[in-house]
Ligand binder design. Structure first.
Ligand SMILES: O=c1ccn([C@@H]2O[C@H](COP(=O)(O)O)[C@@H](O)[C@H]2O)c(=O)[nH]1
Length: 233
């Protein structure tokens, strides 16, 4: 299926019917779909299978963070679901990330893209300081992104505010998946390191993860269409 859009819609709905009502109105050329902790916990792998069966590229955003053996098994289970992308926390360390990557080798070119979360886009300097991390979010992001690349992964989750710096130091092919995207005028909510869709793409984001500005809009389809049109160069 031809995938044109850089938008990954975060399907953070509390009920399956609302999620499928939105999905039924779109096609895979308009966006990819992200299933996170809320919907996976509520509706499990069967919900993911339904989206994959509709030909959508699915990002399974469960942010695995555990011992290497457990994460490797979880990532392989994600590959069995046929998802397009899966992630772990870079804070799990190099051995954990290497184990996750190795677990995908048997899937060859059917393996999902494997990325690692650096610093959550909801976090700012004060949040890091409270955890004893006394550097800026950007410094922590580059540190974890370098470790992710050394571990053989395909890219990172970061904010678009770090995108140009990461592209410059880690190269064009290292994928940058950026939540914390807010079209002008939409509420930031709990997000802290944000950018508009147009700014994010200009900064070097490869994929834009967008949830509430689309899913909570009066007309989600209209917002998605407007964002896609704003990104056509
Ligand atoms: O650093 C991160 C990592 C993941 N997320 C996820 O992205 C979406 C964002 O949703 P919005 O409604 O657009 O804020 C959400 O599912 C998060 O779990 C993130 O925001 N930041």
């Amino acid at each position: 299926m031809l995938q044109d859009s850089k938008v990954v819609v975060a399907l953070d709905y509390a009920d399956e019917a609302s999620a499928l009502n939105f999905v039924d109105k779109i096609n895979p050329s308009q966006c990819r779909l992200k299933v996170g902790k809320e919907m996976f916990t509520l509706f499990g792998p069967e919900f993911v299978r339904k989206l994959v069966a509709r030909d959508f590229d699915v990002f399974l955003d469960l942010k695995f963070h555990d011992i290497p053996n457990t994460v490797a098994k979880a990532v392989a289970a994600a590959a069995e679901l046929g998802v397009w992308m899966v992630n772990v926390h870079a804070c799990g360390g190099k051995r954990m990330m290497e184990a996750a990557k190795a677990a995908l080798v048997p899937y060859g070119d059917k393996a999902p893209i494997l990325i690692a979360v650096t610093v959550l886009t909801s976090m700012e300097q004060e949040d890091l300081a409270q955890m004893g991390v006394n550097i800026t979010p950007a410094e922590q992001v580059i540190r974890l992104a370098k470790l992710t690349k050394e571990s053989g992964l395909d890219g990172v989750v970061c904010s678009s505010q770090e995108a140009s710096m990461l592209k410059e130091s880690l190269g064009k092919s290292f994928q940058l998946i950026t939540p914390g995207i807010r079209p002008a005028g939409s509420a930031a909510g709990d997000q802290r390191r944000i950018m508009t869709p147009v700014e994010a793409v200009a900064a070097g984001s490869d994929y834009l993860v967008i949830g509430r500005p689309i899913t909570q809009a009066e007309s989600p389809m209209q917002v998605l269409t407007e964002i896609n049109e704003s990104l056509v160069s």
